[in-house]
Structure formats: C-alpha cells, structure tokens
Ligand binder design. Structure first.
Ligand SMILES: Cc1cc2nc3c(=O)[nH]c(=O)nc-3n(C[C@H](O)[C@H](O)[C@H](O)COP(=O)(O)O)c2cc1C
Length: 178
C-alpha cells in the first residue's frame, strides 16, 4: 500500500514529464534569419524532439528588402514555394511542433506547402512563431487552420529569438521532458 502511494505521488509530481516521454516529437520550422531556428532548437532541447528545418528549393534573397518583396508576392499570388527536403519517418511522430516567423501578418506561404505535403490525421500539432511586434495570434491561428485534421495544443509566440516563457509554456502543455 505504502509503495503504491509513493509511486502515485511520484507520478503526480512528474506528471508534466510523463506526457513528453510518451510521445514521439517532431519540431518542424522555417526560418529565414535564424530567430525561429533558435527557438525551435530550444523547444527540441526541452522536449527531446527531433528537428526538421524546412528548406526552400529556391532560397530567399539574403537581403531584407528583396526578401520582403518575394514574400509579399508569394502571399498575393497564394503561392506554394517548393520545399527541397522531406521528413524521414513522418508516420512515427505523433506530436508535431510547427513554427515560422510572421511574414506579412501571417505564416510564410512555404508553411502551406509543408502542411499540404503531409497527412496530419491522428497527430497533435503545436504552433509556434517568432515576430518583431505584430500578428502573433493570427500566425498561430493560421498554423491551426492549415492543419484541420490534427488535434491542437496551445501555441507560443516569441519576440525575435527571446526564449523567455517557453519552459513554462511547455510545462503547461505537458511537453517538458525530464
Ligand atoms: C518578409 C518579412 C515579413 C515580416 N512581417 C512581419 C509582420 O507582419 N509582423 C512582425 O511582427 N514581424 C514581421 N517580420 C519580422 C519577423 O517576423 C521576425 O524578425 C522573425 O523573428 C524572423 O524570424 P526568422 O529569423 O526565423 O526568419 C517580417 C520579416 C520579414 C522578412
């Protein structure tokens, strides 16, 4: 009886961690200037997830202004920019973090390409984004909208590459590993 009680208490105390360990986690992200990559790496480290960086087949301009112009055109034309790489063993993951920068008030169009390329049935999607100042909630909502077949957990938006609050968020959604 005593042993059972101790086990139960230990399970309750470790509750936040049991969940993360029971899941096979993929951390998918697109990043142009490195902020989302930084946040994705932080999430992967805290959850034990596997990282997957979405690589555009045609790289975006490295200069800011030309990049904004390409991104704007992609948005206006509802483009589906091609992706160069593929997730290995997609079916083996049950939980997928999907992250991106806010581009022109929403997710970059390459996120549409990604979400349309994989079957999200039976997956749990957790959106995250990085942004300078605006459209965090709209971008998180966009990722949810793009993955209608998945279940969703609460997302997170980081300003630039600030990781403050991420550990608490992962704990809240029970994705923090031991
Ligand atoms: C094309 C483009 C559009 C952007 N649009 C927005 C925006 O609407 N709102 C915002 O707060 N930040 C915007 N930003 C800033 C980025 O969201 C922010 O710097 C982000 O952290 C960059 O992530 P990355 O380094 O992973 O590319 C934009 C940046 C670019 C390049």
């Amino acid at each position: 009886m005593k042993t059972k009680l101790i086990t139960l208490i230990a399970m309750l105390l470790c509750g936040a961690n049991i969940y993360a360990q029971d899941h096979k986690i993929l951390v998918v992200y697109f990043s142009w200037s490195g902020n989302t990559q930084h946040v994705a790496e932080y999430i992967a480290e805290k959850t034990g997830g596997t990282l997957f960086r979405i690589e555009p087949a045609k790289p975006y301009p490295t200069e800011y202004k030309p990049c904004t112009e390409v991104a704007k055109k992609e948005k206006e034309t509802d483009a589906r920019p091609a992706i160069k790489n593929k997730v290995d063993g997609w079916d083996g993951y049950d939980t997928v973090f999907v992250g991106c920068p806010v581009w022109w008030w929403t997710a970059p169009m390459i996120i549409n390409t990604f979400t349309e390329s994989y079957d999200f049935k039976g997956k749990t999607v957790i959106p995250f984004c990085t942004y300078a100042a605006t459209y965090r909630d709209e971008t998180l909502a966009k990722i949810v909208e793009l993955t209608p077949d998945a279940k969703h957990l609460k997302g997170f938006g980081a300003v630039d590459r600030n990781t403050k609050g991420i550990t608490e968020w992962l704990k809240e959604i029970k994705m923090l590993k031991n």
